[in-house]
Structure formats: structure tokens, C-alpha cells
Design a protein around this ligand. Structure first.
Ligand code: 48F
Length: 257
């Protein structure tokens, strides 16, 4: 065993992946359920897709289920997506199915990778790249520990034909765009409206309907869509996140044409 060969294998293969992600069709920010599902459906259609995730672990809010009970609930439409990913569900009662949060996080991640999406963990998106007509055209990246340690280190950038903000409740990419460009988002107020209190049924329906291109080059998915469009939150039912991710992928494919 040669330690240097091991080290070269890691660095060379990582750099190859990173170079291939520097000009992508779709860059997804956040590897929660919405981002992972979007990545899977895009990569399955041979769309060059990369996800950038701030944390060490992939899966966002899946792992803790509801209040750390590591189970999640989906409705009929959500179950169809879990079936496609090979995730087991048990029927609780008509229209309500339970899945294991850890199985779900692992399987979404595995299937996104197997479909061909590249996932970069420990990478934070700290800015967007803007081109003609203020179109979002890429991302500015840095290692997550750089901001944690408050290090003064410049980032790197990638180009993307489309960006999906799947950063959850914080809708970080949309915040960057409104703060830095003073942008008019395609929301009723032109701004980030802010999430409303819980109403599961309404929230699940509306999050899918509001998975949209919210700014030129920028699609919003999952809880980020709820926050941007001022929708109610849904709590630990996850069908809306899965369906929103699938819709974001479909929309991206249409826009790329
Ligand atoms: O929060 P998250 O799971 O978002 P989601 O896919 O799903 C929401 C549900 O988990 C749950 C819910 C369902 O009922 O309400 O909350 O909409 O995943 C978002 C991911 O984005 C990462 C963050 O670490 C998390 O894993 N993230 C956030 N900001 C950045 C980021 C950033 N600037 N750069 C990279 N990753």
C-alpha cells in the first residue's frame, strides 16, 4: 500500500469531477429532498447536473423526520416517487404512507448519483454569477469551513445555464439575488414574501404550483419556493418536496430547450 498513490487517487478524481462541474447545464444549491429529486430527474435525461451542499451530510431536513422521530409521511403522489427510488413505505391509513427517514435520505442520494448527478458536499454557495440582462448564469463557491472559520479567502466560480435554489427555509440564492441586484422576483410582491404558519394540505399543493423560474436563470424548489412565495409550511410530510423537485427538473428541461 502506497499512501501517495491513495492520496493522488483522491485528489485527481475529485479535481476531474470539479472540472467537469465548472460548466454545467443545471447547478442545484442544496441537497435536501427537493434538490436531490431534481438532480435525479435531470441526470436521468442526461442533463449535466451538479449539486452543491454546505454540510458534510447529504439529505437536508430528511434525517430527523418529525421532531427527531426518524420517520416521514407521504401522500399517494409522493409515494409514487418513493416507489421509483426503491424506498419502502408502509400504509398507515388511506392516503398516508410512512417511510424511514434514513432509508429515504440514503436512497435519494444514491439514485441521484447513479443517475449521473455530481454532488459536492462541504461547499457553500456564497454568490451568483450574473451576465447579460442580469440573468443568473453561475455560482460562486467556497469551502464551508472558510466561512465557519471566518477565513479571508476568495472563492471560485462555475457557469450554469440554470440554477435551482433548493436551500430550504432560508432560500439563500434568492436572498443573494434580491440583496445584490435589487432584483424584482416574479412573486406577487417582487420580493421574498416569507413563509406562513403550518397548513399541511394547502402547503403541499401550493409548493408544487409555485416551483417556478422566479428570476431569469433561477428556479426555486422545495421549502425555498414556500418561503419566496409566502406559502404555509407543511411540517414532516415530504410529498410536496419530492414533487417540487420533480417539477423543477421538468421546468429546467423545458427552459434548456
Ligand atoms: O432544508 P432542506 O431539506 O430543503 P428542502 O429540500 O426540504 C425541506 C424539508 O427538509 C423540510 C420540510 C418538509 O416538510 O419542511 O424542512 O426544501 O435542504 C436544504 C439544503 O440546502 C443546504 C442546506 O445545508 C440543506 O442541506 N444549503 C442551504 N444554503 C446553502 C446550502 C448554501 N448557501 N450553499 C450550499 N448549500
Amino acid at each position: 500500500m502506497d499512501e501517495v498513490i491513495i492520496s493522488k487517487a483522491i485528489t485527481e478524481s475529485y479535481i476531474k469531477d470539479l472540472l467537469e462541474a465548472m460548466e454545467v447545464d443545471v447547478a442545484i444549491v442544496g441537497a435536501g429532498p427537493a434538490g436531490l429529486v431534481a438532480a435525479y430527474y435531470l441526470a436521468k435525461e442526461k442533463i449535466n447536473t451538479a449539486i452543491f451542499e454546505r454540510k458534510l451530510s447529504i439529505g437536508g431536513g430528511i434525517w430527523g423526520g418529525g421532531m427527531m422521530f426518524n420517520k416521514i409521511v407521504v401522500q399517494d403522489e409522493g409515494k409514487e416517487i418513493l416507489d421509483e427510488f426503491g424506498i419502502a413505505t408502509t400504509k398507515y391509513q388511506e392516503g398516508y404512507y410512512v417511510a424511514h427517514a434514513i432509508e429515504m435520505a440514503s436512497a435519494l442520494c444514491l439514485q441521484a448519483i447513479k443517475a449521473g448527478a455530481r454532488i459536492f458536499n462541504l461547499v457553500s454557495v456564497e454568490d451568483v454569477v450574473i451576465r447579460e440582462n442580469d440573468k443568473v448564469s453561475g455560482l460562486v463557491l467556497n469551502w464551508s469551513p472558510v466561512s465557519t472559520a471566518k477565513l479571508h479567502i476568495d472563492p471560485l466560480a462555475i457557469k450554469a445555464k440554470l440554477v435551482i435554489d433548493a436551500t430550504g427555509h432560508d432560500c439563500e440564492v434568492c436572498h443573494l439575488v434580491t440583496r445584490k441586484i435589487g432584483a424584482n422576483l416574479r412573486t406577487p410582491t417582487g420580493n421574498i414574501t416569507g413563509e406562513k404558519p403550518m397548513w399541511a394540505e394547502m402547503a403541499e399543493k401550493q409548493v408544487v404550483e409555485n416551483t417556478k423560474e422566479v428570476y431569469p436563470g433561477l428556479i426555486v424548489a422545495g421549502m425555498a419556493a414556500s418561503a419566496v412565495f409566502g406559502l404555509p409550511r407543511m411540517g414532516p410530510i415530504f410529498g410536496g418536496m419530492l414533487l417540487s423537485g420533480r417539477r423543477a427538473a421538468k421546468l429546467a428541461i423545458e427552459l434548456l430547450k
